[in-house]
Design a protein around this ligand. Structure first.
Ligand code: LLP
Length: 415
């Protein structure tokens, strides 16, 4: 459920008309709903009841400081994959002790900075990373808390580009060799083994693959226990899907309930790393129709947002709902391809959408809060768009539209 609804035939974000937001901040723009964000985070957090847990929001889904700040105020943890993400979390008021650091290629400077900040855990994804962390922690005279991200070889049944838990994927440590890594880690002086981690993919719409992965994790955990290696936490990653069209993913509470049932009596703290399920439906991308171009074969509505602003349709063939901000009857109901001005045939936001469109109309692309702005680029020298957070009757500009001068700030002519 989200807080983007029609009131008197006008799309609202919470208690503010989307049209008014665009008058104030221009088009295109991303609009987020604070109430939706909070509701989704609490759906995860509340489902655990009294069981020790930490919801570590996956920053990559949407790393805007305003978004991170809303979650930090709720007491959220954070899953990061770069130094940039860590600095964003800290700048947004996040607690370093609630940060887990995932990622397949952590550089030395990133590890050092995370050690100095005192993060909660490094999720190790490659053998050499263990030695690198041990050496750097030794240099600083600290002990690094680590877990291994194991690859359980489970089919997440999602788009191949966002499936990460199969042996052929680059992520994690093969579950069959992880035991040897744990033994090595347990013997290193500047390493403290605290957990185990897995993340099998994104936009999962069934509970089954999560439980299959959990079973494999638990087998390994039992073996480790027999060897005297005791873990404090199990991190089950992110990946819970959302409804873009007609998917029916489990609700966070259903998913967590299934996990807890499978775990039975246990003494672990449970960590999760949800991104999309928290922020996906908490955001829309608003865009204006610039031109209508009916042709013999297709009707194109050329809008002012493009693949550089929202890449998911172009990159994954993802379907996101596109709705009018102010529905009207001044035009016939026709199938439109909603395309941007970028010079690529793959530049579209949606195809064959049945809409009544006139030039100047505003459209909202729904479910754009996750992997929307965070995957945007300046391709075609297009400044990145504004981001606005609605909070009840209030609107806050949480990222100003980029200026043209910002596009080449840092570039230079030859001497
Ligand atoms: N943890 C790790 C280690 C991850 O790699 C990811 C996502 C997450 C957590 C959060 O997963 P979520 O709960 O958001 O599914 N750009 C793609 C999605 C890429 C996901 C990458 N990893 C998309 O737009 O569909």
């Amino acid at each position: 459920m989200d807080y983007f609804n029609y009131q008197n035939n006008e799309l609202f974000a919470e208690a503010v008309a989307v049209q008014d937001i665009v008058y104030q901040f221009g088009s295109p723009c991303y609009i987020y709903s604070r109430a939706t964000l909070e509701r989704h985070w609490r759906a995860f957090d509340g489902a655990f009841g009294a069981i020790p847990h930490l919801v570590c929001y996956a920053v990559k889904a949407n790393s805007n400081l305003g978004v991170l700040n809303v979650l930090a105020r709720l007491g959220s943890g954070f899953d990061i994959v770069s130094l940039g993400e860590m600095e964003r979390v800290l700048a947004a008021g996040g607690d370093a002790k609630k940060i887990v650091f995932s990622g397949v290629g952590k550089r030395e400077d990133e590890i050092l900075a995370a050690l100095k900040a005192g993060i909660r855990c490094f999720n190790i994804e490659v053998s050499g990373e263990l030695d690198r962390i041990n050496n750097l922690a030794g240099q600083l005279g600290v002990v690094a808390p680590v877990s291994f991200r194991v690859n359980p070889d489970v089919d997440a049944k999602t788009h191949p580009y966002i499936s990460t838990g199969l042996k052929e994927n680059k992520f994690g440590i093969d579950i069959d060799t992880a035991i040897a890594e744990y033994r090595r880690a347990a013997a290193l002086p500047y390493i403290k083994v605290v957990g185990i981690d897995c993340h099998i993919g994104s936009q999962l719409t069934e509970t089954r693959p999560f439980l299959d992965a959990l079973d494999k994790l638990l087998e390994l955990v039992a073996t480790l226990r027999e060897e005297g290696i005791h873990l404090h936490h199990l991190d089950l990653g992110g990946g819970l899907g959302i409804c873009y069209k007609d998917e029916q993913p489990p609700q966070p509470a259903q998913y967590i309930q299934a996990v807890l049932e499978r775990l039975g009596q246990h003494s672990y703290e449970i960590l999760l790393e949800p991104g999309r399920a928290i922020v996906g439906n908490a955001g829309i991308l608003v865009t204006q129709v610039e031109y209508l171009k009916p042709t013999a074969n297709k009707n194109f509505a050329i809008v002012d947002a493009a693949m550089n602003d929202l890449l998911r349709p172009s990159l994954y063939g993802a379907w996101q709902e596109i709705i009018p901000v102010s529905p009207h009857d001044d035009a016939p109901l026709v199938h439109w391809d909603i395309v941007g001005p970028v010079c690529e045939t793959g530049d579209f936001l949606g195809k064959e959408r049945l809409l009544k469109l006139a030039v100047g109309d505003l459209l909202a692309v729904r479910s754009a809060g996750a992997y929307g702005f965070s995957m945007s680029s300046n391709y075609n020298s297009r400044p990145r768009v504004a981001e606005v957070m609605v909070d009840g009757t209030q609107c806050h500009l949480v990222r100003a539209r980029e200026t043209l001068a910002q596009l080449w700030a840092g570039e230079s002519l030859l001497p």
